[in-house]
Design a protein around this ligand. Structure first.
Ligand SMILES: [Zn+2]
Length: 255
């Protein structure tokens, strides 16, 4: 079985021994592919460091998180692109709009989001979207900028059935994480009405731990609990869920 964590910030663990243990637990739980989004300049360096250390498992992405967008976003973005040097990236992410933490930066968030979509199109890369309390704003941008040449993942999807269909219509996969295991998460009510071919799995570690670790720090090895819950909802075995969602991740990331 091969599971793919399409969104993990595992690089936040900087202690070498603990990091090796995290990787070992991934291996034990059949999580063999980790896609790493940065959020700002310093985390870009951490992404590349981890990907250099574990090149067979870790796949870097690059972007500016909406919560890190400030007045100087253009300069910051330039610095982030420069961290890439000659290293390969597999997506632009994580990018998007977040109106939960700060509504005042919405105009800048939209501009930074659009600039990064442009970059993704130039590089023919998918985008990984962070969307919090900003569905309408994100969809407005996607409807304006989207099309055949834009694909990606709506990461940490926690929206409604209608919003799920909307995202799929625009050519996006839904990133399903720990929330699917929560009693009042809402996703479990309708997820099995969405064809599994539109779904990828993620932990978003160290955030949003699935049950039975809810409230504790998350790690990529816990992806197994998310896969098991998805298998239960679709009445499939976990191996089938792993095969289909890993296949989906290969389609979106091209690897
Ligand atoms: Zn994230």
């Amino acid at each position: 079985m091969l599971l793919t964590d399409t969104h993990t910030h595992l690089y936040y663990e900087t202690d070498n021994e603990k990091r090796a243990a995290l990787m070992q637990r991934c291996k034990q739980n059949d999580i063999g592919r980790l896609f790493l989004p940065n959020v700002d300049v310093s985390s870009a360096a951490q992404v590349f460091e981890l990907a250099t250390e574990y090149p067979a498992i870790c796949y870097p992405m690059l972007g500016l998180h909406p919560c890190s967008v400030k007045a100087d976003w253009e300069n910051v973005l330039e610095t982030i692109w420069n961290t890439q040097q000659d290293r390969k990236i597999y997506a632009i992410g994580e990018i998007g709009i977040d109106l939960y933490w700060d509504k005042t930066t919405l105009p800048e968030q939209v501009l930074a989001f659009k600039a990064q979509i442009k970059k993704a199109k130039e590089l023919k890369l998918p985008i990984v979207i962070h969307c919090r309390e900003a569905f309408n704003e994100v969809f407005d941008v996607l409807e304006e900028e989207g099309g055949e040449d834009l694909r990606g993942i709506l990461h940490c999807f926690t929206g409604s059935y209608e919003q799920a269909l909307n995202a799929i219509d625009l050519g996006f996969y839904l990133g399903i994480g720990g929330v699917v295991t929560y009693k009042n998460g809402g996703l479990d009510k309708f997820l099995n009405e969405i064809d599994l071919q539109h779904i990828v799995l993620e932990t978003d570690s160290p955030y949003l731990s699935p049950v039975p670790y809810r409230g504790k720090p998350n790690e990529s090895s816990y992806l197994i609990y998310i896969a098991e819950k998805v298998a239960e909802l679709y009445q499939l075995n976990v191996e089938t869920v792993a095969t289909i969602t890993t296949e989906n991740s290969k389609k979106v990331f091209g690897i």
